[in-house]
Design a protein around this ligand. Structure first.
Ligand code: CTP
Ligand code: MG
Length: 227
């Protein structure tokens, strides 16, 4: 059960407020980007890594890849203004394959077990995405006033990887591109063409490095894994 992974890495990290692409920030002396790359480099089922990058950062990223000894990178196409466009820039360059996973380069703590289960379900069903159950009480608020308390049993926080049979994701991306549909994740594009998207329960450790507080959590996760 082989797959290729698409890692969108062409963001600007504005919510991190570091004045640079947050993927270059280090956790325990290694950049967030290299932490993420190492997961897929180490997984035998992963046969290729695609990175969407900004033109101005391509050289710096190529250098990180060389220094870290990452061998599986097949291409670094230019990303777009939206994450969806960055993902598409990789999809249009890759050869048809069985499975594609799309994974935020900013989620370095993805567990191998989650990747394995996603690959399994996506191969059988066509589409599977990682998520965790929400922990807090959730309410719909309109103009500062509670309108409704939502049944938490039905609510999931969605993460990446999002895994698809290649033909399913390519069709979804082609349709979205044609009609100008913009989704917040790949699953939305696939839902949009009528496929069932299955959920695979992931780990709360698979947090996206988004704001400064996430870096503290990230350092703590790395420390706990050293033991
Ligand atoms: N990304 C991308 N192309 C974009 C926007 C985002 O490839 N046009 C990537 C980011 O590099 C990141 C992933 O998509 O690895 C998830 O996006 P997010 O966490 O939102 O990162 P940024 O967009 O960089 O951060 P922010 O939204 O705070 O600016
Ligand atoms: Mg963003």
């Amino acid at each position: 059960m082989k797959y290729e992974v698409v890692l969108p890495a062409a963001g600007s990290g504005s919510r991190m407020g570091a004045g640079m692409n947050k993927l270059f920030l280090q956790l325990n002396g290694t950049s967030i980007l290299v932490h993420t790359l190492r997961v897929f480099e180490a997984d035998d089922k992963c046969t290729g890594i695609w990175l969407a990058v900004k033109d101005a950062e391509r050289e710096q990223i190529e250098q990180l890849i060389r220094e870290a000894g990452i061998q599986k990178v097949k291409g670094l196409p230019t990303g777009g203004a939206e994450r969806q466009h960055s993902v598409r820039s990789c999809l249009v360059q890759m050869e048809p394959t069985d499975l594609v996973m799309v994974h935020d380069a900013a989620r370095p703590f993805i567990l191998q077990d989650t990747i394995d289960r996603l690959a399994e379900v996506a191969l059988e069903k066509g589409a599977a995405i990682a998520g965790v159950r929400v922990k807090d009480t959730m309410k719909i608020v309109r103009e500062g006033i509670i309108e409704e308390t939502v049944d938490r049993d039905m609510l999931w926080s969605i993460q990446t990887p999002q895994a698809f049979r290649y033909d399913v994701l390519k069709e979804a991306s082609d349709v979205a591109d044609k009609v100008g549909f913009l989704g917040t994740d790949e699953a939305m594009l696939v839902e949009n063409i009528g496929y069932d998207v299955h959920i695979v329960e992931s780990s709360y450790e698979n947090v996206k490095m988004t704001t400064k507080e996430d870096l503290l959590f990230g350092e703590a996760i790395l420390k706990s894994r050293e033991q």
